[in-house]
Design a protein around this ligand. Structure first.
Ligand code: XMP
Ligand code: MG
Length: 183
């Protein structure tokens, strides 16, 4: 875990940095093959997807443009409000582009459902989703996610870009947050 001061804040490590890296290699190879010859834009969802985007984009054998969007549906709690707000919009025009949304985690699915509807109205050639983590038991709406790293239990997780109240994003592994931290 490599940050001694937070060891008491987690109940267990779910995935190590190494396990995440090899999953990213696998998905990068699939994506490169699926999108061969296509005009792709990677869209990262801030801030949670920063680590995924950094490592996933470098695992790709091709160079795609990257853009970022910041939305919020959470505040500082651990439950989705369902109300999505754009905090930072894209800098590029997605018209006729093949968009691959890069997400840290799909929990209720509400954020992604909203993003997909939003992107559809921008005249994209196609839009697919890569989420490193997905919580099947937390789904409130169905979202088609073509590339999924790992399905995980319905626990609040931190690390590798994932935060609780803006902390823990810098942990190299992904771990379950101990309930006493947010209780
Ligand atoms: P929904 O519920 O809309 O969630 O699918 C979307 C966003 O909420 C954040 N999220 C989490 N962040 N640990 C986190 O650190 C979690 O367990 C967790 N679950 C959801 C995340 O930003 C996700 O994109
Ligand atoms: Mg996110």
């Amino acid at each position: 875990m490599r940050a001694a001061d937070i060891e008491g804040d987690i109940t267990r490590v779910l995935f190590t940095e190494e396990e995440i890296r090899s999953k990213l290699d696998e998905i990068a190879a699939r994506v490169a093959a699926d999108y061969e010859g296509k005009d792709v834009v990677l869209v990262g969802v801030l801030k949670g997807a920063i680590m995924v985007m950094a490592d996933f984009s470098r695992a790709l054998p091709v160079s795609y443009p990257m853009d970022w969007m910041a939305v919020s549906s959470y505040g500082t709690g651990t439950r989705s409000s369902g109300v999505v707000q754009i905090r930072k919009d894209l800098d590029t025009d997605l018209h006729d582009k093949h968009v691959l949304i890069v997400e840290d985690i799909i929990d209720s699915g509400l954020t992604l459902r909203w993003l997909l509807d939003n992107f559809a109205s921008r005249g994209v050639a196609s839009v697919e989703v890569f989420a490193l983590f997905r919580k099947p038991d937390a789904a409130k709406v169905h979202v088609d996610c073509k590339y999924v790293g790992f399905d995980i239990p319905n626990d609040f997780v931190i690390g590798y870009g994932l935060d609780y109240a803006e902390k823990y994003r810098n942990l190299r592994d992904v771990a379950v947050l101990a309930p006493h931290v947010y209780a």
